[in-house]
Design a protein around this ligand. Structure first.
Ligand SMILES: Cc1cc2nc3c(=O)[nH]c(=O)nc-3n(C[C@H](O)[C@H](O)[C@H](O)COP(=O)(O)OP(=O)(O)OC[C@H]3O[C@@H](n4cnc5c(N)ncnc54)[C@H](O)[C@@H]3O)c2cc1C
Length: 556
């Protein structure tokens, strides 16, 4: 999400809403291929839906309990699906406590520790323009912002320093809280102070981590409240406590801020005034800290909304999730968001969480990606290397969707005539778009220009069948079903994925032997008395089958 500010000291109009961007993404995705409907889509928005729980069985999440538009329902989770909890730190942790059997039960309600947040101070001063060498009111002043880093008692802090000449005593109102209104822009700009620049120091300090699995009762944690919400689920109870070291850091961070503010004014008391947040008035002297080192410039714990940590990554036994964000005790459930952080540092959390989410996505994709054996060469998809052998009077087609080939119409064989295969290893990924869609991979067939090529392919070649319903199977025989050498030998098992999901065929031909491995399982080992060499073709039969990642090698 990128936006540009309408003027100095102001944030972009879209700072506070990523919703239009998400809706754009959903619309773009839906518009890419309306003909195939949901099967070609990758992004769905499910409105008015609350996840109230997760069902687990056999070490994986098997269902998601939902309330959609007031109706309670359970969405089954197939074995091939991954579930990512991305409901925010508190809600993710609540779901882990209520549904995933996690939490230390020594304290009554199951509890997870390592809840960490930021220690937040807002110190606002105004400094005379003259101290910066600036003239009295200029037409337009640039906003400036910079970052100062520090550390104390083994923790980090940083100051986000922003300065603006607009916004009265509280430029933060423009910068962080107010969605700019295009109608009032000129008014805001005209409201410059001729003498002063207001400088805001946002201090962000790191709270020390604890352990998630063995929560320290004196530190921060989340457990379940006896109180239930409107869906009957127990609410999360959040206990956020700053330790002695945290308080030391906070005090040192505030001291550093006041020192820096004075330095910016040239250490000249005439050039600086301090905002008293209780009275919203400027004071000539720096506020005096209370006995604990704090003051009205400090925000309450948790008000920075940077909660992190209870589902921390790490090694099994000492943490909840692994480095990909997967729950140690579940094979298909992951977490996204700052809930994963073992420690928080002082930086704002979103970019770290986004980076980790990319890593989680990569891990899920890698785990579910079928990988061809090494040493195979991609087949050329150049149209010139392929010929459609069409049945008389028909109009079969092979569409190209990027690197995907897709069957359309009927009947024909889309023959790859660039190479013949005798002893070969062939890798092809395919999927049906609907149950019963029918195609197949022809092996060892004649040249497309051969007389009677279609018939010769059927009687001398071999078809590795794709049809989950096995249309036209003779009684008791599965020789028309996926994995069969069509009409010759049925598959020994049927590990194909449902329509819409990709499958892989590894086909190995050696002399008279044809072996077919479907999704990693050997399903056919056939000894043939037909042709032992020839061309390869993709059948255009009925429905829609997609092919991708076609690879092959010949063996000596
Ligand atoms: C006012 C404010 C300002 C902030 N400013 C910054 C900043 O400048 N920089 C920064 O790095 N961080 C900032 N943060 C923190 C940052 O927004 C969070 O750390 C980040 O959004 C957390 O991401 P998340 O994906 O874990 O959760 P979220 O972004 O909170 O997303 C969780 C989503 O899950 C949905 N949800 C929750 N429970 C359920 C359920 N049971 N069923 C269905 N859906 C559910 C919620 O509606 C929400 O859409 C700010 C936070 C706030 C509140």
């Amino acid at each position: 999400m990128q936006g540009s500010a309408p003027g100095p000291g102001l944030f972009p109009f879209d700072k506070f809403s990523s919703t239009p961007w998400i809706i754009d993404g959903v619309r773009d995705d839906a518009a890419t291929d309306t003909a195939r409907g949901d099967l070609s889509r990758r992004l769905f928005l499910v409105p008015r839906t609350q996840v109230v729980g997760l069902a687990t069985s056999g070490g994986r999440v098997t269902g998601i309990d939902l309330v959609t538009a007031g109706t309670r329902t359970t969405l089954p989770v197939p074995a091939s699906c991954a579930v990512i909890l991305a409901a925010g730190t508190i809600e993710n942790t609540r779901l882990a406590l209520t549904s995933l059997g996690l939490g230390d039960t020594r304290f009554g309600a199951p509890r997870l520790g390592n809840l960490i947040g930021h220690l937040h101070s807002n110190i606002t001063v105004r400094i005379r323009r003259a101290a910066f060498g600036l003239p009295a009111a200029a037409d337009s002043l640039e906003t400036t912002a910079f970052l100062v880093r520090g550390s104390a008692s083994g923790r980090r802090f940083h100051l986000q320093v922003s300065a603006a000449a607009v916004g009265g005593s509280d430029p933060e109102r423009n910068m962080w809280q107010q969605v700019p209104d295009i109608d009032t822009l000129d008014h805001i700009r005209a409201n410059q102070d001729p003498d002063w620049i207001v400088v805001v120091f946002r201090g962000i300090g790191e709270m020390g981590p604890g352990t998630a699995l063995s929560p320290d009762p004196a530190r921060s944690w989340i457990d379940l409240s006896p109180e239930t919400d409107q869906f009957g689920a127990q609410r999360a109870y959040v206990n956020l406590v700053a330790t002695g070291d945290d308080m030391t850091l906070w005090t040192r961070m505030d001291q550093a801020t006041f020192t820096l503010a004075a330095a910016l004014s040239g250490n000249d008391p005439k050039n600086i005034e301090y905002l008293d947040r209780r009275t919203n008035t400027w004071q000539a002297t720096a506020p005096v800290p209370d006995a604990g080192g704090g003051g009205s410039w400090r925000d309450g714990l948790g008000s920075t909304h940077h909660e992190a940590g209870p589902l921390a990554m790490g090694t099994p036994g000492t943490s909840v999730t692994d480095s990909a964000g997967r729950f140690h005790h579940l094979t298909n459930a992951y977490v996204a968001g700052p809930a994963l952080f073992p420690a928080l540092g002082s930086a704002n959390p979103s970019l770290t969480a986004l980076s980790l989410a990319r890593r989680t996505a990569q891990a899920i994709v890698t785990e579910r990606t079928l990988t061809p054996p090494p040493g195979l060469t991609p087949l050329s998809l150049a149209p010139g290397d392929w010929t459609m052998i069409a049945a008389p009077g028909t109009n079969p087609a092979m569409r190209r969707l990027g690197q995907i080939l897709e069957t359309a119409g009927s009947y024909g064989l889309y023959s790859y005539h660039a190479q013949q295969f005798a002893d070969a290893t062939i890798w092809i990924e395919w999927r049906e778009l609907a149950a019963g869609d029918n195609s197949g991979i022809y092996l060892r067939i004649p040249d497309p220009t051969a007389p009677d090529a279609l018939h010769q392919a059927d009687v001398n070649g071999h078809e590795i069948q794709i049809d989950d319903l096995g249309a036209g199977n003779p009684a008791g025989l599965d020789i028309h079903r996926t994995g069969a050498i069509y009409g010759l030998q049925a598959a020994s098992s049927f590990p194909a994925h449902p329509a819409g999901q990709w499958n892989s065929y590894l086909i190995e031909t050696r002399g008279t032997t044809i072996r077919v491995t479907l999704n990693g399982t050997l399903v056919n080992d056939y000894t043939s008395n037909r042709a032992t060499t020839g061309f390869l073709a993709l059948q255009v039969h009925s429905g829609t089958i997609q092919y991708r990642n076609l690879r092959a090698t010949t063996t000596p």
